[in-house]
Design a protein around this ligand. Sequence first.
Ligand code: SF4
Ligand code: SF4
Length: 437
Amino acid sequence: MNLVESIRSAGVVGCGGAGFPAQVKAASKVEIVVANGAECEPLLHKDLELMIREPEAIVGGMKLLMAATGAQHGIIGVKKKYEDKLDRIKIALHGTNIALKFLGDYYPTGDEYVLVYETTKRLIPPQGIPLDVGVVVNNTETLRNIHLASQNHPFITKYVSIGGAVVHPSTFEVPIGISFDDVIKAAGGATVSEYAVFVSGIMMGKLETDLSLPITKTIAGLIILPTNHRLIQRKSLAMDAMLRIGKSACDQCSYCTEFCPRYLLGYDIQPHKVMRSLSFTATGEDIRNQWAQLCCACGLCTLYSCPEDLYPEETCEKVKKDLALKAIKWNGNRDIKIHPIYDGRHVPLKKLIDKLGISEYDVPAHFMDKKFSPNQVRLPLLQHIGKPAHAIVSIGQQVKIGDVVAEIPEKELGARIHSSIDGRVKTIDDEIVIEKV
Ligand code: SF4
Ligand code: SF4
């Protein structure tokens, strides 16, 4: 099997959030492979812990991907503040054409547009992808999984950080499909009785209260916060209320735009103008289009920049969805010119953490080598971009760890799913539930 087939067979998808099937990137031709180890979401540390624990696997995956894509250079983007923890990865890089690129400790260094610029000085065209500038980007954990795939190991475990209001903030390697509840208990449980969970981060993640939900291929971690925390209350507000408040309270100070990382990189995004257009009712939609479409949903404008605690990020997201429904295409300015103050206006992670009101939880989440043996796992058929996988097992069937339980629909973009435990298939609908026997 070549690398593309091995990755496809192992069900590897991007671990950086979106879950793009990794075989597609491996089949491209590029000049540079970039590893995203920036990990800028507050309180998440799983990429760092993985780099400390399995550096050889990350570098191995990088070498394989470079060979497959024809890339002459590899760059691993990682925070400078972690340099003293990376001795093993430096050793693994000896004699390779892969370099470490140290990044500042600001948010959002992990955004693909920011990362590609910081590591290669290339600017992705508006609405483009790294491939447009000869680059492919993969999360460090994806590279580790590509290495494992080349040795015929399926993607069945996930690194996750558990942080916030828990007894022992930690990073674990868990079976995919294990419940949030099981993993929170492994971190000693919550320190508060009433809480909710930010899945994959406070800035870009989703808020959930259902602890029976499973860890999927794309979840980077769980951040537990008390229900009365301001961030949970803000995130819980209905979209209608967010828009109504924005319409009446935005004073057009433009701080949301002035701190926007994409605006500072030179892209034509101006959230304060999107906020202004809220007052235009239906007549300003084509204008809003110009200013919202290049938003990467980093959340900085809503959670850091806006002095009025408004919701420019959510407003941009809503506008993008509305315009997509109406098939209104983006036709903004394609000239990219880095803002002269780009280097001087980064938002330090520490300042962001202070502003979010989570400083008390800002502690390491060291890897804890714990063996998990869940009573059941829930494996959603859609844990990736593309079409849902289709089940190839039946209810009552015995499966072994690593067995394929769902396949990619023919000629579609997707990813295989494997059982992460030995067990018996209990139910099949939009997920396959396997219980331990
Ligand atoms: S920062 Fe807030 S108040 Fe200022 S323009 Fe943006 S949304 Fe309006
Ligand atoms: S969420 Fe706000 S700050 Fe982030 S890219 Fe979008 S508009 Fe800019």
